[in-house]
Design a protein around this ligand. Sequence first.
Ligand code: PMP
Length: 391
Amino acid sequence: MSLTTPALAGKLSGLQSSAIRDLLKLTARAEVISLAGGLPDAALMPRERIAAAAEEALRDPSVLQYTESPGWPGLREVLAARESARIGRAVPVEDVFVTHGSQQALSLLSEVLLDPGALVIVEDPAYVGALQVFRAAGARIVAVPLDGDGMRLDLLEDLLAAGERPAVVHTVSNFHNPGGVTLSPARRQRLAELSEAHGFWVIEDDPYGELWFDRPAPAPVASYSPQVIRLSSVSKILAPSLRVGWMTAPDRVCRAVELLKQGADLCGSALTHRIAATLLADTDWLTAHITTVRTTYATRARALVTATRAAFGDRIHCTDATGGMFVWADFTDGTDTATLLPAALDAGVAYVPGAAFAVSDAYRHSMRMCFTTADEATLTEAITRLSPAVG
Ligand code: PMP
């Protein structure tokens, strides 16, 4: 009898593994200083505080039980209070939905909001985790470039004027990954207005907003319209392994996501939800903790930006690093960052070429550098190594 190999779903044919993930395998060599990763610093994660909260939570046997699909109620209450303060409007507990990291919110939302072929607007360069999700949903993806004030809303308005009807506009509003920029207050308001006028969903993807360096991030896009779906997460302020993310969204979106969450994994972990609730509710401790993370990253970011500008002068243009985890740099002298990478690795430094985040533009002369996991001297050394490789 002849063997017939079973097929994978057709939608997989257009999907590729993340170029960054593949690259990270190459950069994991001990002698390479990697600016390529996108990870928060594990040394800054509050292990003892998490252990104490876990021990306390485990005294209650119900913490090991399944919990409600929208999340452990105690955590949703803490999050509703936090988001109400952030957004400047009372967010009811029913409008808060806890997910397995904010990445799961993106994935469930794409199923809830997108029919195959639906138009999704993303930023260029884009957060690749969102691109993967929207591609898997069979969306038609159109990219709108970033400038120093975030997404170019004039170009979004041109698309709308040309008759494009997006189902979703995705924006990383604060300290963009990978672009490093923040959406200006005027553009936030305009984006919310456009969403209400044209009837598209805005997904405001905000895992970095609390990691500001000089001044707090502007009021969220969600503060301008209750229709905006807002995502956040403890991954960058506490620890990614808790896998606690959340969204605030209108009730009918939350109920639709609930149906799909049941199919995806029934519910999150009451244990990590409870740990997150304990830490997020201890506001004095949390403020001090986040201040430590912010000021540590700010010092590292400044060292990287200073070294980069000193080494390359006007041959490079890089973001100021006002928060978050990344500096985006554009070579103005024609240096091709993908071609440069093997020489950079030989010199002992890694970064992610801009092409990895490209949707429409090629970003051949750009790169993303992450400053979170190395100290100032190491970051400066990374640029000292990169400089002769560029030549
Ligand atoms: N959105 C953005 C813009 C991110 O950079 C990340 C993580 N790199 C996520 C969402 C997902 O984070 P998590 O699932 O850990 O909350």
